[in-house]
Design a protein around this ligand. Structure first.
Ligand code: AMP
Ligand code: GLY
Length: 425
């Protein structure tokens, strides 16, 4: 089969690495890809939000299946574009329809969906420019800290957690009246603050059947001890020690099954991954958010823990026969540590030559933001490399990633030295 993978991050490098292990794969095209994905196929530099350009590529390369990495093409309706196009309609695209993608594209939609389907989540209300004063009244019914979320996609920056009522009020006004996050904050969800430890659970569904994939914990803040600005993710581990069988069963019964049933009830076409961001509130899971794709860097630890053939699974999704696919997991632990450009997530430089890539033997180095520049691989983003290792324990996996990182270098590299520490790794 010929596959097209859309995206260019560490997640896509990990997907390419996994797809490449399948005997069913003939050719892989990655658009736009990075220096790492080029090891597994042909990178083609197109704008993946330009669906006509994607169509041209699919037809030219005789693509049999398309896998979408990031959320934006999904939220903009790439699935529906394929379905509506005579030449593309028979080519399966893995990812939800535009309506399904609203689970990530609109926080208000996601919250309504959860409430309607009795899925545990924080209490909330949604406000617009016209109802800003009601929003302030609602804030007064909550206690600090306050959680304010821009309704639409805001590149991971749309959530603000002020610690005082005065700050919360001014943030709400900025979001709604000054369009702090552009159109994304024309609606704002205000919700109750949940305390607990976060983790993520991943689901692959064909719209009828589903498999739950290994869970993961992401490290979102730039600084050690979970301090400083939010990032796309500085590292991840899997399994998550506190997510025991009892907790995961609650996730399945209270969240995953009602989510799939809710999609079915609303006739929402959903064939793809669901990323459920959770808070463990004293042993009870509550949903913080849905994403309609795999996580990054969570994919870099989740996929290594799946033994089953990914293309077989994706074909099961396309034909809605996922119940016939067996899932096999790797019992080992996996950890990934992200190496980023100094200054990220604020201003940082690109184009730094990366050394040591050939010297790493005990870890898998997934490229997050890199490109080939002549004979060199150079940095091409804030997050640059995601260094994944296996271990018999999380502690071993994390230690191996740090040994490998010592061999990798580029000017102003930065990484957190405490990935997994909070859970004993
Ligand atoms: P989101 O973009 O919805 O994942 O939110 C970004 C981050 O804000 C999450 O990963 C949490 O750390 C935090 N967050 C979001 N909602 C809540 C909540 N209701 N209570 C506590 N923290 C939250
Ligand atoms: N690591 C969080 C995300 O992919 O959204």
């Amino acid at each position: 089969m010929n596959l097209l993978l859309l995206g260019s991050g560490g997640r896509e490098h990990a997907l390419a690495w996994k797809l490449d292990q399948s005997p069913l794969l003939d050719a892989l095209v990655i658009a736009p890809g990075n220096a790492g994905t080029a090891d597994y196929g042909q990178n083609v530099n197109i704008d993946i939000l330009d669906f006509e350009a994607v169509k041209k590529l699919v037809l030219e390369e005789k693509i049999d299946l398309v896998l979408v990495g990031p959320e934006e093409p999904l939220v903009r309706g790439i699935y529906d574009f394929f379905k509506a196009d005579k030449e593309l309609a028979s080519i399966p695209l893995i990812g939800p329809s535009k309506r399904g993608a609203e689970l990530e594209g609109s926080k208000d939609f996601a919250k309504q969906f959860m409430i309607k389907n009795h899925i545990p989540t924080a209490r909330y209300e949604t406000f617009t420019k016209e109802t800003v004063e009601d929003g302030i009244a609602f804030l007064k019914t909550l206690s600090a800290p306050y959680v304010l979320k821009a309704d639409g996609l805001a590149a991971g920056k749309g959530v603000v957690i002020p610690h005082t009522l005065a700050e919360a009020e001014s943030t709400l006004r900025e979001m709604l009246l000054d369009e702090k996050f552009g159109a994304a904050s024309s609606k704002v969800v205000i919700e109750e603050f949940l305390s607990g430890i976060e983790l993520s659970v991943f689901v692959l569904t064909d719209g009828i059947n589903f498999h739950i994939l290994p869970e993961a914990k992401d490290y979102k803040r730039i600084g050690e001890g979970d301090t400083g600005l939010n990032t796309g993710g500085m590292g991840a581990i899997s399994p998550v020690p506190f997510a025991d069988a009892e907790f995961l069963e609650k996730v399945k019964q209270q969240i995953v099954i009602p989510t799939i049933e809710g999609l079915k009830k609303d006739n929402i076409d959903y064939k793809g991954f669901i990323f459920v961001g959770l808070m463990n509130c004293d042993g009870d899971p509550k949903v913080i958010e849905y994403n309609v794709r795999m996580g990054d860097p969570e994919t870099e630890v989740v996929l290594p823990r799946i033994k089953s053939d990914l293309i077989e699974l994706l074909l099961g999704v396309a034909s809605q026969t996922l119940d016939e696919n067996e899932m096999e997991f790797d019992e080992r632990a996996a950890a990934t540590v992200m190496i980023v450009s100094g200054g990220y997530p604020d201003k940082y430089e690109k184009g730094k030559v990366i050394s040591g890539l050939d010297e790493v033997t005990e870890s898998i180095v997934f490229h997050a933001g890199t490109k080939q520049d002549g004979d060199n691989v150079v940095s091409n983003g804030g997050r640059v490399l995601s260094v994944t290792s296996y271990g018999n324990t999380l502690k071993e996996a994390v230690a191996t990633s740090y040994e490998s990182i010592a061999k990798l270098d580029f000017e102003k590299k930065y990484f957190r030295r405490d990935i997994g520490k909070d859970v004993g790794a």
